[in-house]
Design a protein around this ligand. Structure first.
Ligand code: NAI
Ligand code: MG
Length: 395
């Protein structure tokens, strides 16, 4: 059956890396029709909506999407960029990614961070007797993708009913009653039991399927007792069904420290929205950084696959693109896995492995060069050349 995949290049380098992923998908023999969908800054400026309804419709219809990246800017800058005819309509900029995740309840975010052998960007540490160790990092972060601090339930100068409710809490009363209301900013961190269960279930199932020995709940229940506490409580319950998988519990702050101490000890991690974002960026930094960090946003109906990097506007208008396409290509592999095309995904990953290990074709980040058009004369491969090498290695 031929599938239809929605492609959302978005802004900046989003389009450049997405094109490369499509070339790899074609080379591996994945048969699909692609339909383009609009998202991002351009549509905010022109239409006052960075996630137009027609894009929502396409996602609803086809259910699978590849997404590049978008540009976001603070509210005031966004308003200034708006087409003059739209400026006094009371439009407020919002992140189309967060909106898309919430609209389709893409609550399971999966971010694998696996070190490729020979990647010069891999984390190394000093071992005994001044030896150098390169820990074999292989973790998969499961980030709750729709709630918590990204839920958008927040106020500056909260309205009466909210203020009154807050005042009914003894700690609020004690610590904030003297603060003028216009000087109060409140962002909520709401967790729901069902969402905790869903992310934990996905994490344990993944660990079980792929033979990871541990699932680590990375939260902060000693301080954030209610929301982190709920994640922990549900995690303990689910873990009883998986006696062969160790349940570990870490605090986000300590976890960030342990990243450089023993990252190879971790397998699957589960976190709420914000901590998941933090810990996945932390692990990504150990395995090559943004050029390698892929992700999936999985809902019950719709799934969207995207690199975690943004639109890198600095590099967007280069005549020859220099950015690393691997994060986007690995995101496309996650799509193949999701569609049951595991053999094709494995072939692509093997090819990426070969290209990195050979070390002949490397984008500027892998050569530790500062990004500029000159990198191509200084030995760096372009975005397309990296893809060409991956396609060659596949055959
Ligand atoms: P960014 O991820 O776009 O870029 C940060 C730096 O990382 C770049 O300057 C570049 O040095 C490096 N980098 C990123 N992608 C790379 C690649 N494929 N290969 C090699 N190097 C790469 O983050 P930044 O600069 O903070 O944000 C730029 C814009 O992107 C902002 O408007 C931001 O809101 C947006 N953004 C969008 C995201 C998304 O679409 N999912 C995620 C993060 C930021
Ligand atoms: Mg991030």
């Amino acid at each position: 059956m031929k599938r239809t995949v929605v492609t959302m290049p978005g802004d900046g380098i989003g389009g450049a890396v997405l094109d490369e992923a499509l070339r790899v998908l074609e080379a591996v023999g994945f048969e699909a029709d692609y339909v383009h969908a609009d998202i991002g800054w351009e549509f905010w400026k022109r239409e006052g909506n960075p996630l137009p309804d027609r894009t929502i419709d396409l996602l609803e219809k086809h259910r699978i999407a590849l997404f590049g990246a978008i540009t976001s800017k603070p509210k005031d800058k966004a308003l200034a960029a708006l087409d003059p005819s739209l400026r006094d309509k009371g439009l407020v900029y919002y992140s189309p990614i967060v909106a898309m995740r919430q609209h389709f309840n893409l609550d399971i975010c999966i971010r694998p961070c696996k070190a490729f052998k020979g990647n010069p960007l891999n984390f190394i540490r000093r071992g005994p007797e001044n030896t150098i160790e390169e820990p074999p990092v292989d973790v998969v972060i499961f980030r709750q993708n729709t709630e918590g601090l990204y839920g958008g339930v927040e106020w500056t100068d909260p309205p009466d009913n909210v203020y009154d409710a807050l005042m009914s809490h003894p700690k609020f009363k004690k610590n904030f009653a003297d603060v003028p209301r216009e000087d109060l900013a409140v962002s909520t961190r709401i967790f729901s039991r069902n969402a905790c269960r869903r992310i934990l279930k996905a994490a344990f199932e993944h660990a079980d399927k792929f033979g990871y020995k541990s699932v680590t709940i990375c939260e902060k229940p000693n301080v954030i007792r209610e929301s982190s506490g709920m994640m922990r409580e549900e995690g303990r319950k689910i873990s009883e069904k998986y006696p062969q998988i160790d349940l570990w519990e870490t605090n986000i702050d300590a976890q960030m420290m342990w990243l450089t101490k023993n990252p190879e000890n971790y397998g699957v991690l589960v976190s709420g929205n914000m901590f998941g974002d933090i810990v996945s960026d932390g692990f990504a930094g150990l395995v090559g950084g943004l050029g390698f960090a892929c992700s999936a946003n999985i809902g019950e109906e719709v799934s969207v696959f995207e690199p975690t990097h943004g639109s890198a506007p600095k590099y967007a208008d280069y005549k020859v693109s220099i950015v690393n396409p691997i994060a986007m290509i690995l995101s496309a592999c996650m799509m193949l896995d999701h569609l049951g095309e595991t053999e094709k995904a494995t072939r692509i990953r093997k090819a990426v492995e070969i290209v990195i290990a050979e070390g002949k074709v490397r984008s500027y980040d892998m050569l530790k060069l500062k990004g500029s058009p000159d990198v191509l004369e200084n030995g760096a491969a372009s975005t397309a050349e990296v893809t060409d090498a991956i396609i060659r290695a596949m055959n």
